[in-house]
Design a protein around this ligand. Structure first.
Ligand SMILES: NC(=O)c1ccc[n+]([C@@H]2O[C@H](COP(=O)([O-])OP(=O)(O)OC[C@H]3O[C@@H](n4cnc5c(N)ncnc54)[C@H](O)[C@@H]3O)[C@@H](O)[C@H]2O)c1
Length: 277
């Protein structure tokens, strides 16, 4: 397969024999990333609070790649027992773990003065406690097996550049990047790399970008709901809409040996909106 063909299809063997787990795999970016890891040869554990959509992701992956190995597990990432059980089940089935991608996330869009405290608290729980619990479970397994590993926190460009009416999202997405840096320092001696990926706006398949969220964004920028996607595209340097597969490609790269000396870093995949200095 030529290099450009490989990039288009995502089919490669960069992650052959690797065992991965993706949280939030039932929808949007988590689903795209799980499919991308699988196309790169990994077996993939699919964790999500929504059982039906997680099974759907598994079926989509298997339809595309009949030999793919997946395991769908219903798991609330904010629940310590759920997370421990899920990683225990994966360990039992596959005997180890090489990759964790934290992607289960929520984005309550409110102005500061309107943000209910329960929405703030639930965003901290999913976006921070959920990332922490999954990383803790994965790190314990990776340290014990002694083969290194890769942990990716899916943050956001909002983790680097605050956006309006997004208090809880801004705080938690910045927190995810900083947690990853600390974990990289702690886990480096075990050969475990920890990095963040900051996607730009990805509308494809996202439940965050539902009708209400699009309406809130339109209001924020004084445009019509149908103008929201073209508006965000116009803000990118590349003038293109980012797709789930673009983010999956970035994750596959970061988890592969091609990135073997990259840890504690933040890779921005946003078609050129936020320039990291
Ligand atoms: N779509 C974007 O524009 C965009 C941009 C930057 C970053 N992100 C990040 O990517 C990730 C996925 O976003 P998306 O747009 O695909 O959203 P999505 O809502 O489509 O997917 C999120 C998934 O997380 C699951 N989830 C929510 N709470 C959970 C919990 N407590 N336990 C387990 N699973 C839970 C949901 O069921 C859902 O399947 C999030 O972390 C988000 O911050 C998204």
């Amino acid at each position: 397969m030529s290099g450009s063909e490989e990039l288009r299809t995502g089919q490669c063997d960069d992650l052959k024999d690797k065992r991965a787990v993706v949280t939030g795999a039932g929808s949007g970016l988590g689903r795209s990333i799980a499919a991308g890891l699988s196309r790169a040869g990994a077996t993939v554990g699919l964790l999500d609070i929504d059982a039906e959509s997680t099974e759907e992701t598994s079926a989509i992956i298997k339809k595309e790649q009949p030999i793919a190995q997946t395991m769908a597990i219903t798991c609330d990432v904010t629940n310590e027992t759920d997370v421990e059980k899920a990683f225990g089940a994966l360990l039992k089935k596959w005997g180890g773990l090489d990759i964790l991608v934290n992607a289960a996330g929520v984005a309550p869009a409110y102005r500061l003065v309107d943000l209910p405290v329960d929405k703030w608290r639930s965003a901290l729980e999913v976006n921070l406690t959920g990332y922490f619990l999954a990383a803790r479970a994965a790190a314990k397994i990776m340290i014990k097996q002694g083969n290194g590993g890769s942990i990716i926190n899916i943050s956001s460009k909002s983790g680097l550049q605050a956006s309006k009416d997004n208090t809880a999202y801004n705080a938690t997405k910045a927190g995810e990047i900083h947690m990853a840096r600390g974990w990289a320092l702690e886990l480096g001696e075990y050969g475990i790399r920890v990095n963040s990926i900051c996607p730009g706006n990805v509308f494809e398949g996202s439940k965050i970008w539902d009708r209400e969220y699009i309406k809130a964004s339109a209001k924020k920028y004084g445009i019509k709901p149908e103008e929201v996607i073209p508006y965000y595209v116009s803000r990118t340097a590349l003038k293109c809409e980012i797709k789930g597969r673009d983010i999956a490609n970035a994750v596959v790269f970061m988890c592969s040996d091609k990135a073997s000396t990259i840890t504690g870093q933040t890779l921005v995949a946003d078609a050129g909106q936020v320039m990291v200095r």
